[in-house]
Design a protein around this ligand. Structure first.
Ligand SMILES: Nc1ncnc2c1ncn2[C@@H]1O[C@H](COP(=O)(O)OP(=O)(O)OP(=O)(O)O)[C@@H](O)[C@H]1O
Length: 344
């Protein structure tokens, strides 16, 4: 398989349009994270790619081979896709090996392949266990091993570690994506956790209301979001009214240079910076600020700053957080995004 092309995809459930012109291009061997709020259409998109649902308009192609269009429908078992759904999909009456064997064609050298995928997914020695004898993380590894066993060219992961706590979920996710990268498998990972999406993807697609709002390298999406909505969906953001002139935006935080992708016309704008761009200084030039709130949280401290009649809430490393009532100033590191005012 070479790259995957998804063009102008539409899907309705009843009168509701759930996918509205989805476009994506996923290079072979790369990982695309699909991030968006609940109900935005992520699972529906995966189901169309897998062939579990017909599409109404548009095209899904793997390289030059059209898999789905209004006139073509290649059934799921002929698409060469592995699907790792949300938790709870193992057959409880089958052992780990039995679950993996289920996905393998009869003519395959099943014993060898099962041993390979058990090793690949870190499940050596657990082949004879039943799902209820495994932890949640191990069960999801079995689901991955089952999906990988037929050597698919594309793996779809639909929030596969949702049931795990945050730290375990992120480390499991990085492990699993590492396995897929090791085998050169193209992958689409659905998640609603921006941290997870940033950590593992080559491209991050942000979806809302059935539309891909931006698809780009994760750092581009984070620092140069295409819209205020993308900024909010991908992390904490500070929005301020400002005036744009000659590639510089003036606002309560000073005169800030614009990022390359920011292209508002001169005039009234909404300015966006990430909170970590705001640097506190005990003295030195900058916008005067005073600490009006301080809440210790262990490794970080929440600090509320008053800048004139404006208030900024920041997370600072506890060791460098200023004391309550401290007077100082702030400066902004790097550039800002800005959109014409009504865009907010
Ligand atoms: N079979 C169906 N029949 C009718 N409506 C459906 C069906 N499947 C999904 N929907 C609706 O389509 C919309 C998109 O659902 P989808 O499951 O794709 O969202 P999602 O982004 O994956 O959400 P989540 O993150 O909560 O899993 C939702 O409003 C959902 O209620």
């Amino acid at each position: 398989m070479s790259h995957i092309t998804i063009a102008d995809l539409h899907k309705h459930y009843g009168a509701t349009e759930v996918l509205r012109g989805v476009e994506l291009r996923i290079p072979q061997g790369s990982v695309l994270a699909l991030l968006g709020p609940s109900g935005c259409g992520k699972t529906t998109l995966l189901r169309l790619i897998a062939g579990f649902e017909p599409l109404e308009q548009g095209r899904i192609a793997f390289g030059e081979h059209v898999m789905a269009s209004p006139t073509v429908f290649v059934p799921p078992e002929r698409r060469g896709i592995g699907y790792v759904p949300q938790e709870g999909t193992l057959f409880p009456h089958l052992t780990v090996e039995g679950n993996i064997r289920f996905g393998l064609p009869r003519h395959a050298d099943r014993r060898r392949r099962i041993a390979e995928v058990l090793a690949l997914t870190g499940l050596d020695g657990l082949g004879r266990r039943y799902p209820h004898e495994l932890s949640g993380g191990q069960q999801q590894r079995v689901a991955l091993a089952r999906a990988l066993a037929p050597d698919p060219a594309l793996v779809l992961l639909d929030e596969p570690f949702n049931a795990l706590d945050l730290d375990l979920r992120r480390s499991m996710c990085e492990d699993v994506i590492g396995v897929l990268r090791g085998t050169g498998t193209t992958a689409i990972l659905v998640t609603h956790d921006p941290g997870e999406a940033f950590a593992v993807s080559d491209q991050l697609a942000v979806m809302q209301g059935g539309v891909i709002m931006q698809c780009a390298h994760p750092e581009t999406v984070y620092w140069q979001p295409a819209s205020p909505a993308v900024a909010r969906l991908t992390g904490a953001a500070i929005f301020l009214p400002g005036q744009c002139r000659a590639r510089s935006a003036s606002c309560a935080l000073g005169a800030l240079p614009l990022h390359q992708n920011a292209t508002p016309p001169d005039g009234a704008v909404v300015v966006m910076v990430r909170p970590e761009q705001v640097q506190w200084q005990a003295d030195g030039p900058g916008v005067p600020a005073r600490v009006v709130h301080r809440s210790f949280r262990g490794d970080h401290t929440l600090v509320g700053l008053a800048l004139g009649d404006m208030r900024l809430d920041l997370r600072m490393p506890s060791l460098s957080a200023p004391p309550l009532d401290a007077h100082g100033s702030i400066r902004i590191l790097g550039a800002c995004m800005a959109w014409p005012e009504p865009a907010a």
